[in-house]
Every structure is written in structure tokens, then in C-alpha cells.
Design a protein around this ligand. Sequence first.
Ligand SMILES: CC(C)(CO)[C@@H](O)C(=O)[O-]
Length: 306
Amino acid sequence: ARLARGAALPGGGPEARATRLLLRPGSPKASSSAKSEIRVTGVGDIDSFVQRVQAEEVSASNAPIERLLLVTKAQAAEAAMRQVAPRLQPGAVVVLLCNGALALQEQIGVGGIHVVLGLTTHGAWSKADFDVVHAGWGDTRFGKVGPIPESLYQSTLQHLETAGLGATDDSDIRRSLWLKLAANAVINPMTALSEKPNGFILDSAAQSQVQKVCQEVADVAKAMQDEGGSCPSLQDMLGFVRKTASQTADNMSSMLQDIRAGRSTEIDFINGWVAAKALQYGIEASENARLVAMVKQKERMQSSHQ
Ligand SMILES: CC(C)(CO)[C@@H](O)C(=O)[O-]
């Protein structure tokens, strides 16, 4: 197996290591009979497996939380943090593994906790509740963004490894998050608007728009360089965007999935954040702003048809 899964863990067995999945209050998933496992079906040579979980509403318990992996949609992250905040132990570690992590990091402020930022470029979609298709192989990495005791950080990485997420430590996570933001700023709105899989952005007809969006993201990254981390160049961003699109060529981006399901999208935390930062720094970002307007218009049209 390319990833070590909970089911294969030594000592304690899968039961002892089941991941606790906290669902939002009133989630219909909490009453599902399938809630003790997540079935993951790999496409092509990607492994299929079953991950044991213990799913319950966040309000079902007051048990203190020492380590939290936040994997909500970007627009749901702030509310989720408010719901778990009373349970977070002083010195707890919150690992943010959401699209738009650079934007969220500014928004999510709970005193007395350590934040670790993560990113993943794996392509996946949900067939049904607790039933996921792993459609494109990618990379998952984590990094420190503030002071955190080294032993606590290392043990958090160990937990993430044990849970099967891989534990690549990225010493320049902000740089990697800028690359990921460029991939999301290009792939997500362009595939949502064209209703095509991720490979669409590799078409020659898409190149001038890809270039414009990346140029604006690179300009904002450069302007914000003083806020920490090194800054990827435009060429680095273009290379990363194309690599991600070819690794996940047949996958439907999360934004296209949201549009098709009549849900709100993460556009405000991706292109919307780039456009807002550009305004703040007096930089031109009209292509990102245009994509925000078009995706919002499509969101409204789709939700009125649901
Ligand atoms: C990497 C990515 C673009 C793959 O589809 C994913 O982050 C997504 O869909 O949001």
C-alpha cells in the first residue's frame, strides 16, 4: 500500500485507532448506519481500503480535544472552529487541511492553541456519505506557522502518519500554500465554469487565462512576502498548476462538484482572497475578480434550479 492505513497499524488494532469524525450539529450523516467506516475506492493503480471511523455530532460529547484536523470546506471552517472551541485543551494543536488555508489562517483565531497548516493535491470526490473515490494521486504536506514545541509538532506529524495521511514535514509551508493557491485559483473556477475535468486547463485554448490568473497570484505573493516564507515565482506557479492538473486530469474539481450539487463554493477563500489582497496592496487582479463574479453568478443559477 502506498499509504499506511489505520487498519494496518501495529498494536491496539484498527478498533483502538479509529479516527473520531466530528459532524456538524444536525448532520444527517450522524444517523447513517454506515457511519463506522469510510469506504475509499482508488481509481487505476490507487489502493482501495476501508478506514474505520467513529462518527458523531460535535455536540455529542464534551470530551477535551488535544489534536484536531480541520477538513471542512473553507466557508464552513470558522463556524466549525466556534463549535469545537470549548473542547480545545490549552496548547491543543489544530491542523488546517482546507483549500484557502492562507485566507483561513487570518480568520481562525482561537487563543492558546497551536496551528499547523497542511495542503493536499490528491483528487477525490464523494460518491455518497462515507463512500469516497480517490481519483488522482497527489501529495500531502504539513508545516509550522507559529511557535510550537518541537516535540508536540513531531508527535502531531506521527499521528497524521498513523492516520494514513502521510507526514511530510514542509519547512516552507507558506511557499507550498502559495503554489496550492495558484492551482486552486486556476483549476477550480475554470473547471467549474466550463464544467470540464481538471485536465481541461492543459488545453492550449486555456493557456492565456491560466497565465493571467497565475501572474496576479504571483504579484500578490510577492507583495505579501514580508508576512513570512519564501515566495514562488510565476514560473514555479505555472509548473505546479500544470503538474496538479495532469496528476488529477480526470478528476472533477471540488468547485465543479459544489456547483453541480447546488452548494456554495470556496471562491471567496481562493480567487476572492487574491482579489481582496490585491486591492489592499494596490495591485491589478482583474482576472481573479472576474472569475469570482462569474462563479457567484453560476452558483446563484445552479441553486435556483435545485
Ligand atoms: C488539487 C485540486 C484542484 C484537485 O482537484 C483540489 O484541491 C480541488 O479540487 O479543490
